[in-house]
Design a protein around this ligand. Sequence first.
Ligand SMILES: Cc1ncc(COP(=O)(O)O)c(C=O)c1O
Length: 441
Amino acid sequence: MSEKNVIPNDLSAFWMPFTANRQFKKAPRMFVAAKDMHYTTSDGRSVLDATAGLWCVNAGHCRPKITKAIQEQAAELDYAPAFQIGHPKAFELANKLVNIAPKGMDNVFFTNSGSESVETALKIALAYHRVKGDGSRFRLIGRERGYHGVNFGGISVGGIVPNRKMFGTLLTGVDHLPHTHLPKDNAFTKGEPEFGANLADELERIVALHDASTIAAVIVEPVAGSTGVLIPPRGYLQRLRDICTKHKILLIFDEVITGFGRLGTPFAADYFGVIPDIMVTAKGLTNGVIPMGAVFVKSEIHDAFMNGPEHLIEFMHGYTYSGNPIAAAAGLATLETYQEEGLLTRGADLASYWQEALHSLHDAPHVIDIRNIGLIGAIELEPIKGEPTKRAFAAFVKAFDSGLLIRTTGDIIALSPPLIIKKSQIDEIVERLRTILNEVE
Ligand SMILES: Cc1ncc(COP(=O)(O)O)c(C=O)c1O
């Protein structure tokens, strides 16, 4: 048997997720440390984090309370079986979470990621109708350009074509609403776009086609993030809510990005004043530090399962690490940090400064749209003819090299800094971006 020559720092074994592996491994970008708003690269440079890692490090990096909680929990109770046995911190965290959740969302199911939260939410929706004696409701409705993680349910209801097309037959019984990106009407809108609320009425067309009695749930991101920040037209989400209520279809908000203060409110449901039936979260729940997700449900949904013989498991679903002690400790310390520093609403104080700063780039080269809401922003660039994504990726690499972490998707630069950001750091992001946009071809 030939022995593989594995040298230290050999990059070959790790098949990196959502990464151009061969390109990356020729010119790797590595972080080795982080503190508050900054990363440190392997060559010792400081990089300003304009994306909160991957939309998750809402309280900034290596926050002492969270670090300490994880260290202490690992030394005290490292793991407890998740099924038929509990540990106090999972219950404590669930209670604290429902206290900050929109009214009526009184129960929480723990998972380990956004993708798992999505699968869990879809399964709860299907099973809910069944336990209510309405099992003919099997269809799930997603939306074009939606991102709901990478598992089979999530890519089935999702609408990002490259994430779907390689994987054959996905879930059957799925349909999609149109996306709400209308650049001709809404380009350079500050906040919620004026046009497009009527796109929610497409749900009526889908209901007419399939009949409401076959539809279990609609899932949307209140603000679509991964597809490049698509902000819902004013009134759109309320219209979806009304149509779902009218036809007894469950409305699921995927708040994996928008949850935990990103819009200047605890959840996007609060921001838009529209309460879903099920709310999917992850990322900011533990400040991105330890994998954890949480699915919030209205008490009517939870209670519908609590019938039948008490010795039987009510919902045949769960993960080895659901409510894991270390994740629960991280979640509790994260919530405390958010509360002590007012981070669940701090975005509201900064939103108009953020908005004006971003929109000052309207005259920078290649810019064809700028969008913003809460502490989220997107700068859409004109693609290079015949080479989509190349210009934005060049901007990403230039930004990294010059000490700024941005995220790109297609030819869109997406921004979502930690909620502890200072105004001077917002200015720095914008100044650096202007320089970068002047430099990229
Ligand atoms: C809206 C949304 N849903 C689900 C996910 C999937 O989360 P994860 O990568 O933790 O599985 C993401 C990740 O970016 C997301 O933005």
